[in-house]
Design a protein around this ligand. Sequence first.
Ligand code: FMN
Length: 195
Amino acid sequence: MHVLTVLDHPDPNSFSSAIARAFCAGAEAAGHTTELADLHTESFDPRWTMADIAADDTGQLPRDVLIEQERISRADAIGFVFPLFWWGMPAMTKGWIDRVWSWGWAYDQLDDPEKSLQRPRTGVLLVPAGARSDEMDELGYSSAIETAWIDGTFGYFGFTNRALILLNGSKGSDDRRKALLRRAHDAGESLKNPS
Ligand SMILES: Cc1cc2nc3c(=O)[nH]c(=O)nc-3n(C[C@H](O)[C@H](O)[C@H](O)COP(=O)(O)O)c2cc1C
């Protein structure tokens, strides 16, 4: 498979960047080809503007959106790596999805909100989070995020295999962080074919 990794972190020395590298290394160890969309390094503009709105009528998508859509077209699987911010996505990832998964290309909610216009793909979310998993489960954040991203957002894009991997305790001990890096490597190595 060809695996696209979408990374949202400005610091190449961050834990999130290391997670993205581990995921790509795992995918390559399994014989997949990989491609990295490093949104901060590439200065992707996450702001949804009049140019995006106009495209609904003209069909002329902004050039930076087309480049991202071409990347997606090449990919059989997509991994997203971003730190959990305020129990949600950081602005860069949110804006990338808002702009790149455009109406008429990614989905057509006027006909069937559950039916994607895209071919089946595998999607994995790898999300470093400062909080512990038991805290997130107890307060309901884990299930809220799973519903919003896995049933909601990823469902609209036609990911037939989809997984949310919360990497809890991302600010923890070296041992903890090593275990999370191994988990990201395993996620890349064990990617399933889109069914
Ligand atoms: C603006 C901001 C908001 C954050 N919000 C949360 C949060 O809601 N839940 C959580 O568990 N951690 C939260 N964190 C902690 C980050 O998830 C954590 O710092 C990150 O996973 C560490 O990875 P990094 O070294 O790649 O930045 C937040 C951090 C920042 C900077």
